[in-house]
Design a protein around this ligand. Structure first.
Ligand code: F6P
Length: 380
């Protein structure tokens, strides 16, 4: 029997940086809606950019279009992390008009904190929206695990293991930089999983002399050191390493790959671009050590590839849960995992928030207790 609240036509989009598991969510939402109530599912192309075009860019998703995509990295719909329907009243009006033109009763937004903030703004304008937490950074408020994180940790762990070979062979100190923006989850979990000797996080400013002493002691004892550093980390009294200043200006809207009718925000409106802290640390550490110090930045490698089995399952659960929220008429909510249980939280609570590694987290305590250097000055 068709559920009483069954929407007729549901839009789905992927916003922000790509992430392993996006296709698994698209598949689960589509299959769940088709199977349970036969709703029409419309895939919006290139995230919110597809709703900022005239006409909007969208296509119908059926059983065939989501067949075989569970394993695929990236997103079959495309994504954008610049297009912002809240950038101006005109952009908001065009987005709302396009939702009406497409005949959508509801919209599923799969994205990170930026997309959830936009989703909340659009929900306030009256759109029926359900959010699904996506990000390799694992930093979405109210959700203990976003899909994509497990895959990123697996990739970073493998990279750290491979680096260890060279570190050992050449008696080097190797620094490996992970993504994660202002949250250190990837660095912390990958560092622990790959037995890094030092783990430096954005949440804990590191003391350079302490780190140097730790590496020097390791060199005498074990020949080498591997340091895993989150891209947002910084030295005590220092600043985070940003890339944006070195980048050329964004293309003017008329040359941009998305054929927009509404201009995309300029580079100045885009989020700060982190990256390069490993090289920064390499230069600072080298004069303090007798071994050679080298840096590797993992970058977008962490966002690519097929999702791990665990991410495929989580993304499928999240996609199905989003469909259940639609069927139950629970809008303005984001799917969550809390205490191992699926649930949902108001978008209003998630918007503009971040979930960073809290002081005293059990993983931090364990790292410290087994002798991993977190760059914290020794007491006294
Ligand atoms: O939020 C995911 C993420 O991969 C961050 O870890 C990273 O800082 C950022 O996106 C990079 O974004 P872009 O691909 O736009 O450079």
């Amino acid at each position: 029997m068709t559920p009483p609240n069954c929407p007729r036509r549901v839009g789905i989009l992927t916003g922000g940086g790509d992430c392993p598991g996006l296709n698994a969510v698209i598949r689960a939402v589509t299959q769940s809606l088709l199977h349970q109530c036969g709703a029409e599912v419309i895939g919006i192309e290139d995230g919110f950019a597809g709703l900022l075009c005239d006409p909007p860019r969208a296509r119908r998703l059926d059983w065939d279009s989501v067949s075989g995509i569970l394993l695929l990295g990236g997103t079959i719909l495309g994504s954008s992390n610049r297009a912002n329907p809240l950038a101006s009243p005109q952009a908001t009006a065009l987005t709302l008009a396009n939702v009406r033109r497409l005949g959508l009763d509801a919209l599923v937004v799969i994205g990170g904190d930026g997309s959830m903030t936009i989703a909340h703004g659009l929900a306030q304008q009256g759109l029926a929206i359900v959010g699904v937490p996506k990000t390799i950074d694992n930093d979405l408020y109210g959700c203990e695990r976003s899909f994509g994180f497990d895959t990123a940790v697996a990739t970073a762990t493998e990279a750290l293991e491979r680096i260890q070979t060279t570190a050992h062979s050449h008696r080097r100190v190797m620094i490996v930089e992970t993504m994660g923006r202002w949250a250190g989850w990837i660095a912390l979990e990958a560092g622990l999983a790959a037995a890094a000797d030092a783990i430096l996080l954005p949440e804990l400013d590191y003391d350079l002399p302490t780190l140097a002493r730790h590496c020097q002691a390791r060199l005498q004892r074990e020949r080498y050191s591997v340091i895993c550093i989150g891209e947002g980390a910084k030295a005590l009294g220092g600043a985070a390493t940003l890339q944006a200043a070195a980048m050329p200006a964004a293309q003017p809207p008329d040359q941009h790959p998305y054929p927009q009718t509404h201009p995309l925000p300029t580079e100045a409106g885009a989020p700060q671009r982190l990256g390069g802290v490993a090289h920064h640390l390499c230069h600072a550490l080298q004069p303090l050590l007798q071994a050679e110090v080298r840096a590797t930045v993992l970058g977008h490698v962490q966002r690519g590839g097929s999702p791990t089995p665990s991410d495929r399952v989580l993304a499928t659960l999240y996609g199905n849960q989003a469909a259940q929220l639609l069927l139950q008429g629970h809008f303005g909510r984001m799917v969550t995992l809390s205490g191992g249980q699926l649930g949902h939280i108001a978008l209003a609570e998630v918007a503009q928030q971040q979930r960073t590694v809290p002081p005293g987290h059990p993983l931090l305590q364990a790292a410290q207790q087994i002798g991993v250097c977190l760059g914290q000055p020794e007491p006294g």
